[in-house]
Design a protein around this ligand. Structure first.
Ligand code: MN3
Length: 207
């Protein structure tokens, strides 16, 4: 049974950047539904039982039933991507990364400002629903990409790249407050990004 992460903050705590109703709906409805649907789909896929979610993402091609594969891909992505998303936001967020992650950002992108520009571009040019990502590989390299729907870099690269930060650009993540202004939501997301958590994720991928 996969479970949603528990939030270390209240729904209202990310105000004014991310509003309480959006947080409540996003976590208690959208994320809960993905998680429940993933667990339900896995009950009918005994060959995947006991696997981690990352192992499931890299085993999707072994499923021959297209409907089952799509259910596990979409709901598994929805489960995992939102765990990452909610875990890397904090009322004490914002600011900039430090330590090894900061050094690598300078190496791979030139500066933290350039990284934010690249993430903003990935988020705002993703057509329709999807995600913008900062990912790392085991060697410690970083890259910015985007994915459609609930896909993620683990699925797309067979586990070579792991996201350490994800920006949800589905309209349900911002429409109540920001309407059509996705770029303003992305700016606000950076005001609550927990770079300490992102650095911890980076450390885990590269350990
Ligand atoms: Mn979402």
């Amino acid at each position: 049974m996969f479970k949603q992460i528990e939030l270390s903050y209240d729904f209202k705590d990310l105000e004014p950047h991310i509003d309480e109703l959006t947080m409540h709906t996003h976590y208690s409805k959208h994320h809960a539904t993905y998680t429940n649907n993933l667990n339900a789909a896995l009950e009918k896929a005994p060959e995947l039982s006991g696997k981690t979610i990352e192992e499931i993402f890299t085993s999707l091609d072994s499923l021959t039933d297209e409907a089952q594969k799509n259910a596990i891909r979409n709901n598994g992505g929805g489960f995992y991507n939102h765990n990452l998303y909610f875990d890397t936001m904090s009322p004490k967020g914002g600011g900039h990364p430090e330590g090894k992650l900061a050094e690598q950002i300078t190496k791979d992108f030139g500066s933290f400002d350039v990284l934010k520009e690249k993430l903003t571009a990935a988020a705002t040019t993703r057509f329709g629903s999807g995600w913008a990502w900062l990912s790392a590989n085991k060697a410690g390299d970083l890259k910015v990409t985007s994915s459609p729907n609930q896909d993620n870099p683990i699925m797309e690269t067979k586990g070579e790249w792991t996201p350490i930060l994800g920006i949800d650009v589905w309209e349900h993540a911002y429409y109540l407050k920001y309407k059509n202004l996705r770029v303003d939501y992305v700016k606000a997301f950076f005001d609550v990004t927990d770079w300490n958590k992102v650095a911890a994720n980076y450390k885990e991928v590269t350990a």
